[in-house]
Design a protein. Structure first.
Length: 323
């Protein structure tokens, strides 16, 4: 075996370790969670934190915010940490919690911290919801669609429904259908098999339409998911080219949630800076930053051009009659 072959075998062993041979479409819960995790990997790039202490990694800070909806920033033995905890205590005048309960085994630290005095609570959004309810909705729907798509693909292999009069013919038919599902060419060993079988036409013109509908459903779900996160992912249900105006119809709906998430983080960072003397800042990053820059540039362009409706109409020139 050459060195290249040994290397390729080694790489294949690493890639296959702990993994099944086939993707299990019937495991809807596992597949939905996989879609959620991959989307969380993407949303890790939504924001850029600067000035964070080494004890607060951006990865964990964003995971706490996006998954749990909020995070508490507090000091323990002179070091700032980001804590998961419970909200409670006697509500304030606006019925907001006043106590943040921490229980961290690694630091051997548990306490009831007063919000605004001992700890700063940063929320992912205005309602402390996080992204998981949205992610669960879309990932579950996509997992269901994938399972339906697999069933439709397998059914598309079947041209006829087969009936058998006896066990021997039935077993031969089952073996034939298993070969069809596996993508193999079925083999017939005897004339009795053909004589005993009866076939009813199964394929119909709607089979291709079902697959097309499922593809469109997948595009719609994924595009809607990205749109809610502030990324423009159009889905073409017209099966033809989209004009520029049509592709920009949903632009106004892209950024409100992202704006709310950014504002909550910036307000939380300001409170942390005021309480603990840090210089933490947070801005949009990656594609979200590019989208915001495009929106700002378009707004500046509109402002520089002025609103035509506000400009005074030019008075018509007076026409002098020839004397």
């Amino acid at each position: 075996m050459s060195e290249i072959d040994r290397y390729n075998k080694f790489i294949r062993s690493i890639l296959s370790a702990g993994r099944s041979d086939l993707y299990d479409f019937a495991d809807k819960a596992g597949n939905a969670w996989a879609h959620t995790v991959y989307m969380l990997n993407r949303t890790q790039s939504m924001f850029r934190w600067e000035g964070l202490p080494e004890s607060i990694p951006q990865r964990m800070l964003e995971l706490y915010l996006q998954i749990g909806g909020y995070v508490g920033i507090a000091e323990h033995e002179g070091t700032l940490y980001a804590f998961r905890g419970g909200l409670g205590g006697e509500p304030d005048v606006y019925y907001m919690p006043t106590i943040f309960t921490v229980a961290n085994p690694a630091l051997d630290f548990s306490a009831n911290l007063r919000i605004g005095e001992d700890v700063v609570v940063i929320s992912d959004d205005s309602l402390y919801t996080g992204l998981m309810p949205m992610f669960d909705r879309y990932s579950s729907a996509i997992a269901e669609n994938e399972l339906s798509f697999r069933v439709a693909l397998i059914n598309s292999r079947i041209v006829d429904l087969i009936t058998a009069p006896d066990d021997r013919t039935y077993k031969s038919a089952i073996k034939y259908l298993e070969d069809v599902e596996a993508g193999k060419l079925g083999a017939i060993s005897s004339n009795e098999f053909l004589d005993g079988l009866k076939a009813q036409p199964y394929a119909h013109s709607g089979s291709a339409r079902v697959i097309t509908d499922l593809i469109e459903s997948e595009q719609y779900l994924r595009a809607s998911w990205y749109n809610e996160l502030g990324l423009n992912a159009n889905y073409n249900m017209k099966r033809e080219a989209l004009s520029t105006a049509e592709s920009q119809l949903n632009d106004d709906a892209l950024l409100p949630l992202v704006d709310d998430m950014l504002r909550c983080r910036q307000e939380g960072a300001d409170k942390v800076n005021a309480m603990f003397g840090t210089e933490i800042t947070v801005t949009l990053a990656s594609s979200w930053e590019d989208n915001q820059q495009e929106v700002d540039a378009e707004q500046e362009k509109l402002e520089s051009e002025g609103d035509p409706a506000q400009e005074p109409a030019e008075e018509p020139e007076e026409v002098k009659e020839d004397e």
